[in-house]
Ligand binder design. Sequence first.
Ligand SMILES: Cc1cc2nc3c(=O)[nH]c(=O)nc-3n(C[C@H](O)[C@H](O)[C@H](O)COP(=O)(O)OP(=O)(O)OC[C@H]3O[C@@H](n4cnc5c(N)ncnc54)[C@H](O)[C@@H]3O)c2cc1C
Length: 523
Amino acid sequence: MTTRRSFLKTSSLTAVAGLGGVAEAVFANTTLPSAWDLSTEIVVAGSGPAGMGAAVTAIDNNAKVLIFEKGKNYGGCGVISAGILKLEGGTRSQKAAGIQDSVEQYYKRLTNPNEDLSRAERMGNQELLAKKVEHTAAFEDWAINHGVKFRPGLTTAGVDSQHPGMWHHVWWKDGGEGRNMIPPNKDGYVTGAGLMLPLKEYFESKGGRIYLEHKVTSVIKDANGRVIGVEVLSPNGKILKVLATKGVVLAGGGFRGNVPMRMLFDARMTKNMIATGEPFVFQDGSAIKVGVKAGGFMVRDGNRPHSNFRRKFGTIHYNFPLNSPYGAPGLDVAGNRWNQIIFTNKNGDRFVQEVDKWDLGTGYNFYDLALAQPDQLIWTIFDDATAKKYRWSTKPPVCEEGLAFDANTLDELGKLTNQPNLAQTVERYNNFVDTKADSDFGRPAATMTKKIEKAPFHAVRCVLAVHNISAGLAINGDGQVIDIDLQPIPGLYAAGESAGGIGGGVTGSMIVGQIAAEHLTNN
Ligand SMILES: Cc1cc2nc3c(=O)[nH]c(=O)nc-3n(C[C@H](O)[C@H](O)[C@H](O)COP(=O)(O)OP(=O)(O)OC[C@H]3O[C@@H](n4cnc5c(N)ncnc54)[C@H](O)[C@@H]3O)c2cc1C
């Protein structure tokens, strides 16, 4: 039976035979494929937040849209994200919380030179910034209109807490694939699935189609240099030629999983580091390469012109829940728990005052120092009183095999983990706790509340992760990929972490996708 939904699906996949005359007339005298395998108006490469922002906006503007997603999973990092959305400018939730804000005030804050440099956006793409601010203020209403549910209440977080009421939360009925940073309430769990899954449902209900395990490998241009299609590697190895009469949006995320490519931007991001999101998402930089091969080039983000790191404890996987098929959660070392641990390097030496200190360059100054240690190998050392207090298990399924060790003496633990200086380092640290003075690294006295003295002793690998490289294809204020003469490449757009100059994040990526699709469908 042909339902309305299946009819719409088919119609967005108009066979080229049906368009044949049009294609021949428009693209006469060009070197085109002898036949197109699929045809649509807009192709989106990637089903993450940027891709969905573009695809949903385009379909709302009556365009026919196909999404090609290279991975097995829908939703990119957005679906495993914490679902913590950075929204300002007078949103519905801000109003409900009694927070007075407006687009003008928000823009002023972002461009205020007295602001913390790490979040002031005045070095980025200014044309895009102005549009992004407006879209950010309107985002919550847009999402609600597309089936997304927001959890009542706002929170503040980390360095951004000088702007109360900025963090919005979307919820979903179950925990999703990512680890939930906020405990569930009666509404459900705070997870990026709460944003990404309703949008998928909406997109498909409007006749959009998502092809999983289909990787966009290059664009096809007509004789005038206009992008009119893509080549797509399908699961059976066949290269599909796909006509996109209006244009193509590259929304394949960044390149943090591509070691040589990421090391061009920061030589410290060696193979010793993991990439967040893997193995659910593998950011290989392929969509960016498609844009570069088409004539684009890469730029750093203006608003966060440095790499962004994360760390995990006892796992090489970032933020998956207990018993996830994608990896173990590791230990939750956060808040006051810092007071109970020390970090050591490969030799068993301390190298940093362990308690978090915000740093404009890398996020936390910890990373600058950790990345400079031999083999970037870092251990977290604590005793059994701490393990019991926080119910830290060093065994699977909490920690991964080979990343957490226990021993009855510090000498044994040092041998087990090849840290020759471990026992004397702990002894020295315990003396600092007695005197409340860390003469090596100046750790604040208030954070030295606990000696490491109760056997068994534990060593858990602190694994360093690349989270965001903050660079991508140069785009203009409409999301068009520009060439080295700063001219737009007709028909080619980029958004999210595939684009540079403006920054990512769930909503930031989705909004640039929206902006690109608006231009694509209105021109
Ligand atoms: C664990 C985790 C938690 C996070 N939590 C938050 C949070 O709470 N709030 C927040 O604002 N941000 C968060 N982030 C960051 C946020 O998820 C990203 O900035 C955002 O998802 C980027 O969106 P994107 O669409 O550009 O890229 P992605 O989300 O990486 O999506 C890109 C998609 O494109 C696909 N793709 C790549 N190349 C191709 C190709 N050539 N052809 C076809 N498909 C391709 C990829 O497989 C992927 O599915 C988190 C990130 C992670 C990893």
